[in-house]
Design a protein around this ligand. Sequence first.
Ligand code: CP
Length: 307
Amino acid sequence: MGLLKQKHLIGLKDISKEDIELILKHAFSFREILDRPIKKVPTLNGKTIANLFFENSTRTKISFELAERRLSADTINFAKNTSSINKGESLKDTIKNIETMKIDCIVIRHNASGCCYHIKEYVDCVIINAGDGMFEHPTQALLDIMSIKEKKGSIKNLNIGIVGDIYHSRTARSNIFGLTKLGANVMLCGPANLVPEDMKEFGVKINYNIDEVLEWADVVNVLRIQKERFNSNFLPSSREYRNAFGITKERLKKIKKEIIIMHPGPTNIGVEIDNYVVESDQSIIFDQVLNGVAIRMSVLYLLLSSK
Ligand code: CP
């Protein structure tokens, strides 16, 4: 076992508040290392990590790789398109074969929701979920929480709006679990068919009026419209979505108070968010990207170090 109460990081639903706080604490220390001229420490020297990305990624894949290298771990990168998956090998056989080569940790992104729960039944190594279908994206939520904490000092009692395609979003689910555990007030906003009422069970509010949410919120996390997960026509058009829910230049200028704007990326510019907003002083979108490396360093360190 590592230094957390759990062996794997599969989601924030089952993690304790204390473990979230420990990850954040170490992430802020690792963040300082990223500002040094030599951004490398020997912490995970001798550990081997396999990055298995079965779905596309820019930020998560590169920041896990960077985090592993900054910690001096050995890394291997699996590419689905050049693997024996294309010859019909199963996910289970692929992972069991990779683990047989003495891997300490698997970082996996896959389009099957909840796949990490299956994988942990047949491997002994540590598993980190880098985003699974519509289920959870725990390191994204942790880096979002770190970025809010960096700006605001504390998460407790903050009003945090999550806007967009909540139904398809693993980032939204992980944020909801993490933020509510740390005492934030969370409000969801988006088209009624993409913001299910049953999400209220997780201790959040729902408001379908974006202008009211912007007036209420200290922080707004804007989510991407995930067209690749749609199997039916959820939206009449991108233009109508922008008019009803987009974080536009005009909407941002109307807000009378300080507000922080976030987006996990990748962005659909001109749909859920305007480029003016991404590049405004209120936006911490690029801070989120950098904090992602620190969060992943922290998670890897805490899961792969011995007590
Ligand atoms: N936020 C996020 O997961 O981005 P990528 O899909 O580029 O990894």
